[in-house]
Design a protein around this ligand. Structure first.
Ligand code: TNX
Length: 503
């Protein structure tokens, strides 16, 4: 590492504070004397031989250049020239996403076993720098980074959120902005709810009216819309560059009115339904015993699987109140075979636990302990307990947006719970991770999304990443308080909850 001209043996209070306030809290952090100060001569060097590392380093440096005005060149090399060194090491204990970050007065060494670990290390570096680094315009720095060593690996492999683009439609550019913030807090799954009674949001070339007709409206008659396959691919790539997998969901057999409105032959009475703009649930069902239905399911899953690098397709399966029980079970078991035939594994909401399914199928818990039985048969679970992590629940009774059927979910409630003891019969090893759904019956704009998601989703990201022993609300709320300035710098419309002593 090229030594700095004057080593900084003292550390600024601001830099120390940033190191104390990381979210998610790292698995281990050992402070050391001194700090590294970013200057006009700071340079980055990336190990040769991995194009992914260079891309991650460039993505890290570009916004830093804007805020600091420094050139911050990124070079490829293996001779430790530069103050920021990004290196892949053969250390399986860091896993697919872990990293080790050593900061001294001379520079920053970031190591990981896989590129995703380097990416997460760069997100930690952003939080070690002062909040103005997130501004899009030139700022006056002290660009200090406190010295120390951070070694960090996530607790769960699945750290996600779900966005409902069916009830209201959100454009690709809005979803990208959301993805930016998810990545900053080390979330790695974005489940897109692509169809529901009120709208079909993804182009399917073999059934084109799904999008053009089924996607033409939204709740309350708001404008509809859908993603073309090119737009969807662009979103998948944008997310992948930020280490986020897009998990697509098509609802069946219920929550299917948009499809039933688009094609008469999907209805048991062969009569197309009208498009629907209300918010009732449970009234629609695909025709379970018609061949057309399985042609439709096969075509949709085939096209979606081809567009989706993630190994999963989510088939919904919730609240199918208009499908008789035996028909529901038959249907879900048949759909699972179709998903497998297209090379993917299946996810469904917890109601699918009634069917006899492969142990590779993930059950997404949301309202009960119904998944416990499936766990006994070897199934694994994504936890989305509505009373803790439903981001569409109101923060308090006066919250204008949102619903309250699962209760009031304040910022503390969404943070102060523990996955491994949440559902009787579902232990740590049965849980792949967490997902916080954001249903959009009442949400119309990107500002609405941000208001409901933040800050609650930040705490949920920490539950997914950090060990339980490192977590307590009274300590967390102070760390969260310091993130207000970061969220404002990023232009995020968060809810300034009175439970948090915002700075
Ligand atoms: C229940 S959660 C639903 C959604 C609604 C949501 C509103 C789930 C699997 N189904 O259809 O949008 O409540 O909170």
């Amino acid at each position: 590492m090229t030594p700095a001209t004057t080593p900084n043996v003292n550390v600024s209070a601001a830099a120390l504070k940033n190191q104390n306030n990381l979210i998610p809290r790292p698995q281990s952090r050992v402070p050391a004397p001194g700090m590294f100060v970013l200057t006009a001569t700071t340079a980055l060097q990336v190990q040769t031989g991995n194009a992914e590392l260079k891309r991650i380093a460039d993505a890290f440096a570009a916004p830093l250049r804007r805020a600091t005005g420094f050139p911050l060149p990124v070079s490829l090399g293996d001779d430790a020239r530069g103050n920021f060194l990004f290196t892949l090491v053969d250390d399986p204990t860091l896993g697919d996403e872990g990293y080790e970050l050593r900061v001294t007065a001379d520079g920053v060494a970031l190591r990981a076993h896989k590129p995703a670990g380097i990416f997460y290390g760069t997100q930690t570096l952003r939080q070690l720098l002062p909040a103005p680094v997130e501004q899009a315009t030139l700022q006056t720095g002290a660009w200090d980074i406190a010295a120390g060593t951070i070694r960090d690996v996530p607790r769960f492999v699945w750290r996600g959120t779900m966005l409902d683009i069916a009830r209201h439609f959100f454009k690709v550019q809005d979803v990208k902005r959301y993805i930016d913030v998810l990545a900053y807090y080390k979330l790695n799954r974005l489940h897109l709810h692509l169809s529901d009674d009120q709208g079909w949001r993804i182009e399917i070339k073999s059934w084109d009216r799904l999008a053009t007709h089924g996607g033409s409206t939204a709740v309350g008659g708001a404008p509809g819309g859908y993603y073309t396959q090119d737009e969807y691919r662009d979103l998948v790539n944008y997310a992948a560059e930020r280490c986020i997998q897009i998990i697509p969901e098509i609802e069946m057999p219920g929550h299917s009115n948009a499809a039933l409105a688009s094609y008469a032959e999907l209805n048991a009475d062969e009569t197309a339904r009208s498009v629907y703009t209300g918010t009732d649930v449970g009234f629609s069902s695909l025709a379970i015993d018609q061949a057309n239905t399985y042609q439709f399911v096969d075509d949709v899953i085939r096209e979606l699987a081809a567009l989706t690098p993630a190994p999963y397709i989510h088939i919904g399966g919730d609240e199918a109140h208009s499908t008789p029980d035996d028909a529901y079970i038959r249907f879900i078991e048949r759909v699972e075979k179709i998903v497998h035939a297209h090379g993917k594994q299946m996810i469904g909401w917890e109601e699918i636990a009634r069917a006899n399914l492969s142990p590779t199928t993930l059950m997404q818990q949301w309202k009960s302990d119904a998944v416990a039985d499936a766990v006994k048969r070897g199934a694994r679970v994504i936890l989305s307990p509505a009373s803790k992590v439903y981001l569409d629940m109101k923060y308090d009774p006066s919250t204008k947006l949102g619903l309250d059927w699962a209760g009031i979910v304040d910022v503390k409630t969404s943070y102060a719970w523990e996955p491994s003891t949440e559902i009787a019969g579902v232990a740590e090893s049965d849980i792949v991770g967490l997902e916080a759904p954001l249903w959009s019956e009442t949400l119309v704009t990107r500002a609405d999304i941000e208001y409901m998601a933040f800050p609650r989703l930040i705490g949920i990201a920490e539950i997914g990443w950090s060990p339980e022993k490192n977590r307590a609300w009274d300590e967390y709320k102070n760390r969260l308080a310091s993130h207000g300035a970061r969220l404002r710098a990023m232009g995020v419309n968060y809810f300034a909850s009175p439970q948090v002593p915002w700075e």
